[in-house]
Write a protein that binds this ligand. Structure first.
Ligand code: DCP
Ligand code: CA
Length: 406
């Protein structure tokens, strides 16, 4: 059976939340991001402001020059988080197959739901209506047989749109569109494609696969499939089952805290690097300990904000460790750390939090160096105690349970 997937994206999200709460802002050019005399960029611009050329990412000073009459607001993240939660709750009422992508964007698998609503189109109308009534926000919805087409459809339908691409029409729908509309095609890819004379999705879809592979490696294959409207990725609810963890058993049971912490740091860095490689962030951090008598415990902590930095993993892990060791149990035989409740990173979080942004840059820089020169090329002070004890290769330390030394 052909799938039916919706991509739902709220219009001018941050600004619309402000407008829903303050009627005086409605129908006017409004910018969330900060006062125009501040360094910083536009996070969200109302559609009225976009008529003056304003858009997300534009420096506030430029925005002011183009549209001095716009109302500039600092914005407050807690309002957007609340609105986002209520938005997701409404979506979950319509289908349990919900995959949030960011604060204001989600996929919904609605295959077979036409029997309840008459048609998927009517279901989307009902969904938009509820979001309007309960949140005062406009949602744009794309409906298609796969994610990539649904996403492009919702984007094209904005604002306050609803666009359904009938099964079988995917390539015809995509063909005339500029390649920049294809998710995954950033400026750089666009430039390379442009130099090959490829400016529409249609042209991309008839470019030989080998040509794309020679320029983009494995991504070339994905580009090619997406351009042809082929995308078999499923709508994946944020799964509790999905997790990443690393653990190791010590050669000798230990109570030495600095030793335990150093090992935890190292294992956390391995987890963090995989997390970033997978392009995810985690909401939940779990510590695992096995004591000398083989009693095994796990202790979890839910972060207020999803993260993928080594620092957060380590800080949370040590907090849990300190609490657990305070109970003065026996020596420790095994230690492990894991993350779960994995989500797509919300770039919104980074935009508003410069310290998070700095940490993120630091972690990315470390990952780059490690990819180039090996995992042990960079050592944080915290793992140095391991240096004289475990043998190491470029790939990292060889722990006592080598299968877990990934
Ligand atoms: N955002 C941000 N910085 C960016 C882009 C977006 O802080 N560079 C935030 C503010 C947006 C929210 O994320 O309101 C959602 O991002 P979208 O890209 O969906 O943009 P909007 O919802 O503002 O507009 P659109 O109607 O185009 O979806
Ligand atoms: Ca949006």
């Amino acid at each position: 059976m052909a799938r039916q997937i919706m991509h739902i994206d709220l219009d001018a999200f941050f600004v619309s939340v402000e407008q829903a709460l303050n009627p005086e802002l409605r129908g006017k050019p409004v910018v969330v991001g900060g006062k125009p005399d501040r360094r910083g960029v536009v996070a969200s611009a109302s559609y009225e402001a976009r008529r003056f050329g304003l858009h997300a990412g534009m420096p506030l000073t430029t925005a002011y020059r183009l549209c001095p009459q716009a109302i500039f607001i600092e914005g407050s993240f807690s309002k957007y988080r609340d609105a986002s939660q209520r938005f997701m709750t409404i979506l979950a009422d319509f289908s349990p197959y919900l995959e949030p992508l960011s604060l204001d964007e989600a996929y919904l698998d609605v295959t077979g739901f036409e029997s309840i609503y008459g048609s998927i189109h009517q279901m989307a109308v009902a969904l938009k209506q509820r979001i309007k009534n309960e949140l005062g926000l406009c949602a744009s919805i794309g409906i298609a047989s796969c994610k990539v087409v649904a996403k492009i459809a919702s984007e094209l339908s904005k604002p306050d749109g609803l666009l359904e691409v009938a099964g079988g029409n995917e390539s015809a729908f995509l063909a005339p569109l500029p390649i920049a509309k294809l998710p995954g095609v950033g400026r750089k890819t666009e430039r390379v494609l442009g130099s090959l004379g490829i400016d529409t999705i249609g042209k991309l879809s008839i470019t030989p696969l080998a040509t794309l592979k020679s320029h983009f490696g494995v991504s070339g294959e994905i580009l090619h499939r997406f351009a042809s409207g082929i995308d078999d990725r499923i709508v994946e609810p944020p799964g509790a089952a999905k997790s990443i963890s690393r653990e190791t058993t010590f050669g000798k049971d230990t109570r030495d805290r600095s030793w335990l912490k150093a090992t935890l740091r190292y294992l956390g860095e391995r987890v963090g690097s995989e997390l970033r490689q997978r392009g995810k962030q985690a909401r939940c951090v779990t510590l695992k300990l096995r004591y000398a008598d083989f009693t095994t415990i796990t202790r979890s902590y839910t972060l207020s904000q999803a993260s993928h930095t080594d620092q957060t993993l380590f800080d949370t892990g040590t907090k849990l460790l300190r609490k657990e060791l305070a109970q003065g149990k026996q020596p420790v035989r095994l230690v492990g750390i894991g993350v779960s409740n994995l989500v797509e990173p919300g770039r919104q979080l980074d935009m508003l939090d410069t310290s998070a942004q700095r940490l993120e840059q630091l972690n990315r820089a470390i990952d780059r160096i490690r990819r180039k020169y090996g995992f042990t090329a960079i050592q944080t002070g915290r793992t140095l105690p391991l240096k004289d004890i475990f043998p190491s290769t470029d790939d990292g330390y060889t722990l006592h349970t080598p299968s877990l030394s990934r």
